[in-house]
Design a protein around this ligand. Structure first.
Ligand code: ZN
Length: 394
Protein backbone atom coordinates (compact mmCIF):
# COMPACT_ATOMS: atom_id res chain seq x y z
CA UNK A 1 0.00 0.00 0.00
CA UNK A 2 1.26 3.49 -0.86
CA UNK A 3 1.38 6.18 1.77
CA UNK A 4 2.64 9.73 2.03
CA UNK A 5 5.00 11.06 4.70
CA UNK A 6 3.02 12.89 7.35
CA UNK A 7 2.63 16.62 6.83
CA UNK A 8 5.75 17.14 4.77
CA UNK A 9 4.35 20.53 3.63
CA UNK A 10 4.08 21.79 7.20
CA UNK A 11 7.17 22.92 9.07
CA UNK A 12 7.33 21.82 12.67
CA UNK A 13 8.02 24.34 15.42
CA UNK A 14 11.47 22.73 15.80
CA UNK A 15 12.25 23.32 12.13
CA UNK A 16 11.16 26.94 12.39
CA UNK A 17 13.14 27.44 15.60
CA UNK A 18 16.25 25.99 13.97
CA UNK A 19 16.03 28.58 11.20
CA UNK A 20 14.71 26.37 8.39
CA UNK A 21 11.89 28.75 7.52
CA UNK A 22 14.31 31.07 5.78
CA UNK A 23 14.87 32.54 2.36
CA UNK A 24 18.11 31.22 0.92
CA UNK A 25 19.77 34.63 0.57
CA UNK A 26 19.56 35.12 4.34
CA UNK A 27 21.17 31.73 4.92
CA UNK A 28 23.95 32.68 2.48
CA UNK A 29 24.50 36.04 4.21
CA UNK A 30 24.95 34.22 7.53
CA UNK A 31 27.58 32.05 5.89
CA UNK A 32 29.46 35.07 4.50
CA UNK A 33 29.41 36.84 7.88
CA UNK A 34 30.74 33.74 9.61
CA UNK A 35 33.54 33.14 7.05
CA UNK A 36 34.64 36.75 6.66
CA UNK A 37 34.69 37.64 10.33
CA UNK A 38 32.60 40.74 9.54
CA UNK A 39 29.65 40.52 11.90
CA UNK A 40 28.72 43.93 13.28
CA UNK A 41 26.25 44.65 16.05
CA UNK A 42 23.03 45.59 14.35
CA UNK A 43 19.82 47.25 15.38
CA UNK A 44 17.01 46.34 13.04
CA UNK A 45 13.47 47.67 13.27
CA UNK A 46 10.17 46.32 11.97
CA UNK A 47 7.73 48.78 10.44
CA UNK A 48 5.26 48.95 7.59
CA UNK A 49 5.82 51.67 5.00
CA UNK A 50 2.26 51.28 3.76
CA UNK A 51 -0.88 49.69 5.13
CA UNK A 52 -3.19 47.64 2.89
CA UNK A 53 -6.13 49.26 1.10
CA UNK A 54 -5.35 52.72 2.44
CA UNK A 55 -5.98 51.71 6.07
CA UNK A 56 -5.09 54.46 8.48
CA UNK A 57 -4.07 52.17 11.33
CA UNK A 58 -3.40 48.53 12.10
CA UNK A 59 -3.23 46.25 15.14
CA UNK A 60 -0.05 44.36 15.96
CA UNK A 61 -0.51 40.61 16.46
CA UNK A 62 1.81 37.61 16.42
CA UNK A 63 4.06 38.90 19.22
CA UNK A 64 3.61 35.78 21.36
CA UNK A 65 4.95 33.61 18.53
CA UNK A 66 7.80 36.05 17.87
CA UNK A 67 8.85 35.79 21.53
CA UNK A 68 8.83 32.02 21.16
CA UNK A 69 10.90 32.25 17.95
CA UNK A 70 13.63 34.34 19.58
CA UNK A 71 13.64 32.61 22.96
CA UNK A 72 17.08 31.08 23.52
CA UNK A 73 18.82 33.22 20.89
CA UNK A 74 21.66 35.58 21.65
CA UNK A 75 19.77 38.75 20.65
CA UNK A 76 17.56 41.29 22.35
CA UNK A 77 14.06 41.83 21.04
CA UNK A 78 11.77 44.66 22.07
CA UNK A 79 8.25 45.27 20.89
CA UNK A 80 5.04 47.18 21.35
CA UNK A 81 2.44 45.09 23.17
CA UNK A 82 0.37 42.65 21.18
CA UNK A 83 -2.98 44.25 20.42
CA UNK A 84 -1.58 47.78 20.18
CA UNK A 85 -2.53 49.99 17.25
CA UNK A 86 0.08 51.65 15.07
CA UNK A 87 0.33 53.69 11.88
CA UNK A 88 2.46 53.34 8.79
CA UNK A 89 6.15 54.03 9.31
CA UNK A 90 5.96 53.60 13.08
CA UNK A 91 8.48 51.08 14.45
CA UNK A 92 6.69 48.23 16.24
CA UNK A 93 9.54 45.84 17.05
CA UNK A 94 13.33 46.00 17.22
CA UNK A 95 16.16 43.47 17.35
CA UNK A 96 19.62 44.19 18.73
CA UNK A 97 22.41 41.70 18.13
CA UNK A 98 24.96 40.36 15.70
CA UNK A 99 23.28 39.94 12.37
CA UNK A 100 24.64 36.40 12.00
CA UNK A 101 22.59 35.44 15.08
CA UNK A 102 19.23 36.37 13.60
CA UNK A 103 19.49 36.76 9.81
CA UNK A 104 17.90 33.36 9.15
CA UNK A 105 14.87 34.28 11.30
CA UNK A 106 13.82 37.31 9.25
CA UNK A 107 11.51 35.31 6.97
CA UNK A 108 9.72 33.61 9.85
CA UNK A 109 9.56 36.79 11.97
CA UNK A 110 7.88 38.77 9.20
CA UNK A 111 5.53 35.93 8.32
CA UNK A 112 4.37 35.68 11.93
CA UNK A 113 3.70 39.41 12.23
CA UNK A 114 2.39 40.18 8.72
CA UNK A 115 -0.38 37.59 8.63
CA UNK A 116 -1.58 37.77 12.25
CA UNK A 117 -1.57 41.58 12.22
CA UNK A 118 -3.55 41.67 8.97
CA UNK A 119 -6.20 39.38 10.44
CA UNK A 120 -6.37 41.21 13.78
CA UNK A 121 -6.68 44.55 11.99
CA UNK A 122 -9.43 43.35 9.68
CA UNK A 123 -11.26 41.89 12.66
CA UNK A 124 -10.96 45.19 14.54
CA UNK A 125 -12.24 47.15 11.53
CA UNK A 126 -15.23 44.86 11.16
CA UNK A 127 -15.89 44.95 14.88
CA UNK A 128 -15.91 48.75 14.77
CA UNK A 129 -18.22 48.84 11.75
CA UNK A 130 -20.63 46.41 13.43
CA UNK A 131 -21.13 49.00 16.20
CA UNK A 132 -21.53 46.57 19.07
CA UNK A 133 -23.27 43.79 17.14
CA UNK A 134 -21.37 40.54 17.81
CA UNK A 135 -19.11 39.29 15.02
CA UNK A 136 -17.99 35.67 14.94
CA UNK A 137 -15.00 34.19 13.15
CA UNK A 138 -16.25 31.47 10.79
CA UNK A 139 -13.26 31.48 8.45
CA UNK A 140 -11.17 28.52 9.61
CA UNK A 141 -12.41 26.54 6.60
CA UNK A 142 -10.88 29.01 4.18
CA UNK A 143 -7.32 28.45 5.35
CA UNK A 144 -4.87 25.62 5.89
CA UNK A 145 -6.08 23.74 8.98
CA UNK A 146 -2.62 23.70 10.57
CA UNK A 147 -2.77 27.46 11.11
CA UNK A 148 -6.46 27.83 11.92
CA UNK A 149 -5.88 28.33 15.68
CA UNK A 150 -3.46 31.16 14.85
CA UNK A 151 -6.03 32.72 12.53
CA UNK A 152 -8.82 32.41 15.07
CA UNK A 153 -6.59 33.85 17.80
CA UNK A 154 -5.82 36.92 15.69
CA UNK A 155 -9.51 37.26 14.76
CA UNK A 156 -10.49 37.01 18.42
CA UNK A 157 -7.96 39.48 19.78
CA UNK A 158 -8.94 41.88 16.98
CA UNK A 159 -12.47 41.96 18.36
CA UNK A 160 -14.44 38.91 17.22
CA UNK A 161 -16.81 37.77 19.93
CA UNK A 162 -16.08 34.09 19.38
CA UNK A 163 -14.81 31.52 16.92
CA UNK A 164 -16.42 28.52 15.30
CA UNK A 165 -13.56 26.05 15.43
CA UNK A 166 -13.71 23.98 18.59
CA UNK A 167 -9.94 23.55 19.01
CA UNK A 168 -9.28 27.26 18.53
CA UNK A 169 -11.95 28.12 21.06
CA UNK A 170 -10.42 25.73 23.62
CA UNK A 171 -7.01 27.34 23.17
CA UNK A 172 -8.58 30.77 23.59
CA UNK A 173 -10.38 29.55 26.74
CA UNK A 174 -13.68 30.55 25.15
CA UNK A 175 -16.82 28.63 24.20
CA UNK A 176 -16.97 27.77 20.49
CA UNK A 177 -19.82 29.36 18.56
CA UNK A 178 -21.93 27.38 16.13
CA UNK A 179 -25.36 27.40 14.59
CA UNK A 180 -26.73 24.72 12.29
CA UNK A 181 -25.50 23.37 8.97
CA UNK A 182 -27.24 23.11 5.63
CA UNK A 183 -26.18 19.46 5.67
CA UNK A 184 -28.33 18.76 8.74
CA UNK A 185 -31.39 20.06 6.91
CA UNK A 186 -30.42 18.08 3.81
CA UNK A 187 -30.11 14.86 5.81
CA UNK A 188 -33.61 15.31 7.21
CA UNK A 189 -34.95 16.51 3.88
CA UNK A 190 -37.23 18.96 5.66
CA UNK A 191 -36.47 22.13 7.60
CA UNK A 192 -39.05 21.62 10.36
CA UNK A 193 -37.90 18.02 10.92
CA UNK A 194 -34.28 19.19 11.17
CA UNK A 195 -35.24 21.96 13.63
CA UNK A 196 -37.18 19.48 15.76
CA UNK A 197 -34.26 17.02 15.77
CA UNK A 198 -31.84 19.80 16.72
CA UNK A 199 -34.06 20.87 19.59
CA UNK A 200 -34.57 17.32 20.80
CA UNK A 201 -30.96 16.17 20.68
CA UNK A 202 -28.88 19.26 21.46
CA UNK A 203 -27.90 20.12 25.02
CA UNK A 204 -30.06 22.87 26.47
CA UNK A 205 -27.12 25.27 26.76
CA UNK A 206 -26.45 25.16 22.99
CA UNK A 207 -28.14 28.27 21.60
CA UNK A 208 -31.02 27.61 19.21
CA UNK A 209 -29.93 29.45 16.08
CA UNK A 210 -31.86 28.17 13.08
CA UNK A 211 -30.46 28.23 9.58
CA UNK A 212 -33.39 29.27 7.43
CA UNK A 213 -32.35 29.30 3.78
CA UNK A 214 -31.68 25.67 2.88
CA UNK A 215 -34.88 24.56 1.18
CA UNK A 216 -37.40 27.34 1.53
CA UNK A 217 -37.73 31.09 1.47
CA UNK A 218 -36.06 32.88 4.40
CA UNK A 219 -39.32 34.37 5.66
CA UNK A 220 -41.18 31.06 5.78
CA UNK A 221 -38.10 29.29 7.14
CA UNK A 222 -37.83 31.85 9.94
CA UNK A 223 -41.50 31.46 10.85
CA UNK A 224 -41.16 27.67 10.81
CA UNK A 225 -38.16 27.91 13.14
CA UNK A 226 -40.06 30.26 15.44
CA UNK A 227 -42.96 27.80 15.63
CA UNK A 228 -40.72 24.80 16.33
CA UNK A 229 -38.35 26.43 18.85
CA UNK A 230 -40.82 29.09 20.14
CA UNK A 231 -39.32 31.15 22.97
CA UNK A 232 -36.11 29.09 22.87
CA UNK A 233 -35.26 30.41 19.41
CA UNK A 234 -32.37 32.80 19.91
CA UNK A 235 -31.75 33.77 16.30
CA UNK A 236 -32.32 32.86 12.71
CA UNK A 237 -29.29 32.68 10.48
CA UNK A 238 -29.58 33.86 6.91
CA UNK A 239 -26.86 32.47 4.67
CA UNK A 240 -28.77 33.16 1.46
CA UNK A 241 -26.84 31.91 -1.59
CA UNK A 242 -25.41 34.62 -3.81
CA UNK A 243 -27.57 33.54 -6.75
CA UNK A 244 -30.72 34.22 -4.70
CA UNK A 245 -29.56 37.20 -2.75
CA UNK A 246 -31.05 40.03 -4.80
CA UNK A 247 -31.47 42.70 -2.15
CA UNK A 248 -30.25 40.86 0.94
CA UNK A 249 -31.06 43.76 3.22
CA UNK A 250 -34.68 43.71 2.05
CA UNK A 251 -34.87 39.97 2.73
CA UNK A 252 -33.58 40.56 6.28
CA UNK A 253 -36.07 43.42 6.74
CA UNK A 254 -38.94 41.24 5.63
CA UNK A 255 -37.91 38.47 8.04
CA UNK A 256 -37.71 41.02 10.87
CA UNK A 257 -41.18 42.37 10.04
CA UNK A 258 -42.84 38.97 9.90
CA UNK A 259 -41.19 37.76 13.12
CA UNK A 260 -42.21 40.92 14.98
CA UNK A 261 -45.75 40.77 13.66
CA UNK A 262 -46.18 37.26 15.05
CA UNK A 263 -44.77 37.97 18.48
CA UNK A 264 -41.21 36.75 17.88
CA UNK A 265 -39.55 40.08 18.53
CA UNK A 266 -36.98 38.32 20.73
CA UNK A 267 -35.57 36.38 17.76
CA UNK A 268 -32.42 38.00 16.42
CA UNK A 269 -31.13 37.92 12.87
CA UNK A 270 -27.67 36.65 12.07
CA UNK A 271 -26.16 37.19 8.63
CA UNK A 272 -23.40 34.99 7.20
CA UNK A 273 -21.90 34.30 3.78
CA UNK A 274 -19.67 36.77 1.97
CA UNK A 275 -19.90 39.38 4.73
CA UNK A 276 -17.29 42.14 4.50
CA UNK A 277 -17.11 45.81 5.47
CA UNK A 278 -19.60 47.10 2.87
CA UNK A 279 -22.19 44.44 3.76
CA UNK A 280 -21.95 45.30 7.46
CA UNK A 281 -22.49 49.01 6.81
CA UNK A 282 -25.54 48.15 4.71
CA UNK A 283 -27.04 45.46 6.97
CA UNK A 284 -26.53 47.04 10.41
CA UNK A 285 -30.06 48.52 10.58
CA UNK A 286 -31.65 45.06 10.35
CA UNK A 287 -29.04 42.50 11.36
CA UNK A 288 -28.06 41.72 14.98
CA UNK A 289 -24.93 39.60 14.54
CA UNK A 290 -22.54 38.44 11.86
CA UNK A 291 -20.55 35.34 11.02
CA UNK A 292 -17.56 36.46 8.98
CA UNK A 293 -15.34 34.00 7.13
CA UNK A 294 -13.07 34.86 4.25
CA UNK A 295 -12.96 38.62 4.85
CA UNK A 296 -11.19 38.05 8.18
CA UNK A 297 -9.29 34.78 7.73
CA UNK A 298 -8.00 35.90 4.32
CA UNK A 299 -7.36 39.49 5.42
CA UNK A 300 -4.69 41.43 3.55
CA UNK A 301 -1.30 40.99 5.22
CA UNK A 302 0.52 43.96 6.72
CA UNK A 303 3.66 44.40 4.63
CA UNK A 304 6.18 44.75 7.43
CA UNK A 305 9.85 45.01 6.65
CA UNK A 306 12.86 44.46 8.89
CA UNK A 307 15.40 47.20 8.27
CA UNK A 308 18.85 47.78 9.68
CA UNK A 309 18.92 51.21 11.34
CA UNK A 310 22.32 51.12 13.04
CA UNK A 311 25.61 49.28 12.56
CA UNK A 312 28.01 49.01 15.53
CA UNK A 313 26.03 51.74 17.26
CA UNK A 314 26.25 54.23 14.38
CA UNK A 315 23.03 55.31 12.63
CA UNK A 316 22.88 53.64 9.21
CA UNK A 317 20.01 52.78 6.92
CA UNK A 318 19.44 51.92 3.30
CA UNK A 319 17.85 54.37 0.86
CA UNK A 320 14.28 55.24 1.74
CA UNK A 321 14.59 54.39 5.45
CA UNK A 322 15.31 56.63 8.43
CA UNK A 323 18.51 55.67 10.23
CA UNK A 324 19.06 55.31 13.95
CA UNK A 325 17.08 53.54 16.66
CA UNK A 326 13.64 54.99 17.27
CA UNK A 327 11.15 55.20 20.06
CA UNK A 328 7.40 55.07 19.53
CA UNK A 329 5.42 57.21 21.97
CA UNK A 330 1.73 57.19 22.72
CA UNK A 331 -0.49 59.66 24.53
CA UNK A 332 -2.51 57.67 27.07
CA UNK A 333 -5.33 60.17 26.74
CA UNK A 334 -6.13 60.12 23.02
CA UNK A 335 -3.68 57.59 21.47
CA UNK A 336 -1.82 60.35 19.61
CA UNK A 337 1.55 58.87 18.59
CA UNK A 338 4.98 60.23 17.85
CA UNK A 339 8.35 58.78 16.79
CA UNK A 340 11.62 60.24 18.09
CA UNK A 341 15.28 59.14 18.05
CA UNK A 342 15.94 56.56 20.71
CA UNK A 343 17.07 58.09 23.98
CA UNK A 344 15.06 61.32 23.53
CA UNK A 345 13.06 62.55 26.48
CA UNK A 346 9.31 61.90 26.21
CA UNK A 347 7.42 64.38 24.04
CA UNK A 348 4.30 65.88 25.63
CA UNK A 349 0.70 65.56 24.52
CA UNK A 350 -2.47 66.61 26.30
CA UNK A 351 -0.19 68.29 28.83
CA UNK A 352 1.49 65.04 29.89
CA UNK A 353 4.64 63.14 28.90
CA UNK A 354 3.78 60.47 26.33
CA UNK A 355 4.38 56.79 27.14
CA UNK A 356 7.10 54.69 25.56
CA UNK A 357 5.59 51.79 23.61
CA UNK A 358 8.52 49.57 22.61
CA UNK A 359 9.47 47.44 25.61
CA UNK A 360 11.84 44.48 26.12
CA UNK A 361 10.37 41.18 24.91
CA UNK A 362 13.33 38.77 24.86
CA UNK A 363 16.56 39.41 26.75
CA UNK A 364 19.52 37.03 27.22
CA UNK A 365 17.46 34.35 25.57
CA UNK A 366 14.58 34.72 28.02
CA UNK A 367 11.08 36.03 27.39
CA UNK A 368 10.76 39.05 29.69
CA UNK A 369 7.27 40.14 28.63
CA UNK A 370 5.00 37.15 29.11
CA UNK A 371 2.01 37.02 26.75
CA UNK A 372 -1.32 38.19 28.07
CA UNK A 373 -4.35 35.93 27.80
CA UNK A 374 -6.22 36.41 24.52
CA UNK A 375 -9.17 38.06 26.27
CA UNK A 376 -6.86 40.61 27.91
CA UNK A 377 -5.29 41.45 24.54
CA UNK A 378 -8.78 41.70 23.02
CA UNK A 379 -9.87 44.12 25.75
CA UNK A 380 -6.83 46.24 24.92
CA UNK A 381 -7.87 46.35 21.26
CA UNK A 382 -11.49 47.19 22.10
CA UNK A 383 -10.39 50.09 24.30
CA UNK A 384 -8.47 51.60 21.39
CA UNK A 385 -11.14 51.07 18.74
CA UNK A 386 -13.20 54.06 19.89
CA UNK A 387 -10.30 56.37 19.16
CA UNK A 388 -9.40 54.83 15.83
CA UNK A 389 -11.25 56.29 12.87
CA UNK A 390 -11.96 54.39 9.68
CA UNK A 391 -11.64 56.02 6.29
CA UNK A 392 -15.44 55.75 5.99
CA UNK A 393 -15.80 57.90 9.12
CA UNK A 394 -14.62 60.81 7.00
ZN1 ZN B 1 -3.05 63.47 23.79
Amino acid sequence: MNSLPNNRWILTQDQIKSGQATDIYLERISGILASSGVDPLIRAEVRAGQLPEGWDWAILAGVEEVADLFQGLDVEVSSIQEGTSFHRNEPVLAIDGHFSKFAVYETALLGLLCQASGIATKSARIRKLAQGRPVFSFGARRMHPAISPMIDRAAFIGGCEGVAMATSAALLEEEPVGTMSHSLVMCFGDERAAFRAFDEHMDREVPRIALVDTLSDEKFGALAAAEVFAEKLEAVRLDTPGSRRGDFKEICKEVRWELDLRGYGHVRIMATGGIDEAEIISLNPVVDSYGVGTAISNAPVIDFSLDIVSVDGEPAAKRGKQSGGKTLWRCANDLHSDVTPRGSSPPKHCGKPMEEQIKPLVKDGNIVQMPDRPRVIRDRVLKQIDYLMLESDG
